[in-house]
Design a protein. Structure first.
Length: 454
């Protein structure tokens, strides 16, 4: 990276401080997102916040300094592509490279979809990029390369999903997101299929999604206050005199809240406190953490297996997979720990472990059935399905308040990418079973929905 474009009149020590601030901010933005605090940036640069504010009066000035060159380079690439005549080749490059770049640099991608009104020069460049992208999309739709019902809102959701998959898989499978980006590109291609049932998000809904507080997009889910199990459910009152039964129900509800917020390694003391009982009561009901996990999530795994039984009974395996994914998202959208347990291996010897073995066998059978009958592309793997799961649940989380049904349209588009007739060669590496397990275990340990804050 080049040094910051500091004013020529700066003294040597001031120029050194400015360069250190730019380097520190770039690193912190990349690692933690655009809403990291000024104090953290200054501390990383080895200076005080007053020094930061002398050089950059507000956050927008710092973002302009770091990201304007990248925006200008993106504008140049888009303008050059508009001058080329081989539209099919340009389209392929545009679709895959555009999504791929978002995965390689999630912070720049986040900036593209997050309003930053104080970053005046970057905002002006973004508006130029958006106009060029809109022109490109219209051009490719008219040429028959992009599906006719694709909108800017659809493209934005695909971009958010690619960035999320890239962030989640980077440390474990650094290039796996490229494969997901290629599948996402296939979802955007022109198709003879009927128009999507769910209408696209309106511009107003999209604006509300993108103007959600930036911190919220990348933070751990907030826990309800201690003492509140964190759910609309309440312990059963069918046996008012049975204190042990009520305590067990309270512990299960509290464990669901803690596990969903911070992962399967949430302190048992916190679970007992949330349930309003002592740690001894917890151990009387659940002698080990494994027994608590088993009691809480066995039902979830059994429900997933029932979903798969229904899907396997459907004549068309692709439609069965569509049904399974839709029902699963509705079930687990707000339960991080249960979602990760589906991908991870439950503790050996538990009933959950047996249910998980059945789940994996049934999902393998469903994909194999689809590939044999020609309804599901032959290169789609269980690892790809894990990345699909990351994308689906993230889009559901992002749009849950502003456009509650937007995930259904996104789901239908990605399912369309699995049809063999829409398949283009996937060059990104497959996410292996071992990497999928490591990813789920990492998510269960950390409990973070996206970037890991320290």
């Amino acid at each position: 990276m080049s040094a910051s474009r500091a004013p020529r009149s700066l003294r040597t020590d001031a120029r050194r401080n400015r360069d250190a601030l730019v380097a520190a901010a770039r690193a912190e933005f990349t690692k933690h997102g655009l809403h990291v605090t000024d104090e953290r940036i200054a501390r990383s640069a080895g200076v005080g916040t007053a020094t930061l504010r002398r050089h950059f009066r507000h956050r927008g000035a710092l973002i302009d300094e770091i990201y304007l060159p990248r925006m200008e380079a993106e504008i140049e690439l888009l303008e050059q592509s508009l001058q080329e005549t081989d539209w099919e080749q340009v389209f392929e490059r545009f679709l895959t490279e555009c999504l791929d770049r978002l995965g390689d640099d999630p912070t720049s991608g986040d900036l593209l979809v997050t309003p930053m009104p104080t970053a005046v020069r970057v905002e002006a460049a973004k508006q130029r990029i958006h106009r060029l992208l809109a022109h490109q999309i219209t051009r490719y739709q008219e040429a028959g390369y992009l599906r006719a019902d694709l909108t800017i809102a659809d493209i934005t959701l695909h971009a958010l999903a690619v960035m999320h998959v890239a962030v989640q898989t980077h440390d474990i499978a650094p290039n796996a997101h490229r494969r997901y980006a290629e599948l996402s590109a296939d979802a955007c291609r022109a198709t003879d299929a009927p128009e999507l049932d769910t209408p696209p998000m309106t511009i107003e809904q999209l604006h509300r999604v993108l103007t959600r507080e930036g911190d919220q997009r990348w933070q751990r889910r907030r826990l309800p206050p201690t003492g509140d199990p964190g759910t609309t459910e309440r312990p059963s009152n069918h046996a008012p005199g049975n204190i042990a039964s009520r305590n067990r129900q309270a512990l299960l509800l509290a464990a669901k809240t803690e596990f969903s917020a911070v992962g399967l390694r949430a302190p048992l003391e916190d679970i007992a406190k949330r349930a309003g009982v002592g740690i001894g009561t917890l151990y009387r009901h659940f002698p080990t953490r494994l027994s608590l996990i088993d009691a809480l999530y066995l039902r979830t795994l059994e429900e997933r297996n029932a979903f798969l039984d229904d899907s396997l009974a459907m004549p068309n395996a692709l439609e069965g997979l569509r049904s399974y994914i839709g029902r699963s998202i509705e079930q687990l959208t707000d339960d991080i720990a249960a979602r990760d347990l589906i991908a991870a291996d439950p503790p050996p010897g538990t009933r959950s472990a047996h249910a998980k073995e059945l789940f994996r066998a049934k999902m393998t059978e469903l994909l194999g059935k689809g590939q044999r009958q020609g309804s599901i592309r032959g290169d789609f793997t269980l690892g790809d399905l894990v990345m699909y799961g990351l994308a689906f649940t993230h889009v559901r989380w992002e749009t849950r308040d502003c456009a509650p049904d937007a995930w259904r349209r996104f789901n239908d588009m990605l399912i369309e990418a699995l049809r063999p007739e829409r398949a283009h060669e996937l060059t990104g590496p497959v996410l292996t079973n071992e990497q999928s397990l490591e990813l789920a275990q990492h998510r269960a340990r950390t409990g973070w929905s996206a970037r890991t804050h320290r």
